[in-house]
Unconditional design. Structure first.
Ligand code: GTP
Length: 323
């Protein structure tokens, strides 16, 4: 069994205070507790406050599980009924053979013959009934299975929508929770590497102030597209906060993560965002952390966040690697 390291409460407290000050919120006990809990559970406080979205997501996950169980069960039932139908049709043939054999041997004993014939007829009738029921049920179950398959596809689509950031289409924190747990488990099971990169755009407020919020939005979409261009299929891009992104990189160590960050930086330099023919350069501060043995996802993300915080405060535009 895998044991997990507890998250350092001092570290969480420091990040909670930082988040409060970034959002210009007073460090009241209520605000502090909300952000502290949000960081510990890696959930965005904004999302946690949205009770409807939370409930919808939970129902969706349950429905998703239930539908997938139902799909499995109906598939098994269809298989069982098909096999049962085949067996019954076999026994019908056998009964008919037996009837014929008996007829040929007992032609002289008329009462016995009549009794046996009516019994056999009854058996044939009832078996026929069962056979036709099985045929109908099989057809019904097949259409139920098809309907369930469609519901599954709809649910998967809705779930994807709920787990996506509306502006950029990157995964949001809710979706990230799911993926993080899965990837950490997978890395630990296979003893493989897993890296987290956190990057925060530098002086993004200036872009909003100079060019307007809508242009700021376009820059965030631009950065998302640049990141997608340098990532592998199996990598995960998350919009972690306003102008803060996270990359989850399976099968990747610190050096691989550094390579990805360098590529992103090069691509961002070569492909600047253009606004009214004016180049808007985007720089970012980056923290990298690689999964340690028996570490949990929250601790991994907190170390990357801490490294990014150091990069930001050592002059911006830098990369720091967590110990
Ligand atoms: N356009 C736009 N701006 C956003 C969005 N989310 C957050 N922001 C802005 O991002 C800015 C973040 O400002 P700060 O936290 O001061 O960070 P910064 O200006 O990037 O400075 P440093 O991180 O310290 O380098 C704020 O102006 C937010 O309003 C968004 O979805 N769209």
């Amino acid at each position: 069994m895998t044991t997990t390291q507890p998250v350092n409460p001092v570290e969480v407290a420091r990040i909670a205070l930082k988040r409060l000050s970034e959002r210009g919120l007073p460090p009241t006990p209520e605000n502090y507790a909300q952000f502290y809990n949000a960081i510990v559970t890696i959930k965005s406080p904004e999302t946690k406050n949205n009770a409807e979205l939370q409930n919808a997501w939970q129902i969706l996950v349950k429905l998703d599980d239930a539908v997938s169980d139902a799909h499995e069960t109906t598939t098994e039932l269809v298989e069982a009924l098909v096999a049962g139908g085949e067996r019954m049709s076999g026994s019908l043939d056998a009964l008919q053979d037996a009837k014929q054999a008996h007829e040929s041997r007992s032609m002289s004993v008329e009462e016995a013959h009549t009794a046996l014939e009516s019994l056999l007829n009854e058996l044939i009738d009832s078996t026929n009934d069962i056979h036709s029921t099985v045929s109908t049920s099989t057809a019904d179950l097949r259409s139920i299975r098809d309907a369930v398959k469609h519901i599954e596809q709809d649910l998967a689509f809705n779930r994807k929508m709920l787990e996506q950031d509306a502006l950029t289409g990157a995964l949001n924190r809710q979706g990230f929770d799911h993926v993080l747990a899965t990837e950490v488990k997978r890395a630990q099971r296979h003893n493989s590497k897993l890296a987290v990169v956190m990057f925060d755009l530098d002086d993004f407020k200036l872009i909003n102030d100079r060019h307007g919020h809508l242009t700021g939005d376009q820059v965030l979409i631009h950065v998302t597209n640049l990141a997608k261009a340098v990532l592998r299929e199996s990598d995960v891009l998350v919009r972690y906060g306003g102008e803060e992104f996270l990359l989850l990189l399976p099968e990747t160590d610190v050096h691989g993560a550094q390579y990805v960050v360098d590529r992103l930086r090069t691509v961002a330099h070569r492909t600047p965002f253009l606004h009214k023919n004016q180049r808007i350069d985007v720089n970012f501060s980056t923290g990298i952390a690689a999964l340690k043995a028996e570490e949990n996802g929250r601790a991994l993300v907190l170390r990357a966040d801490e490294a990014m915080y150091r990069a930001k405060h050592s002059g911006r535009g830098r990369v720091e690697v967590a110990e």
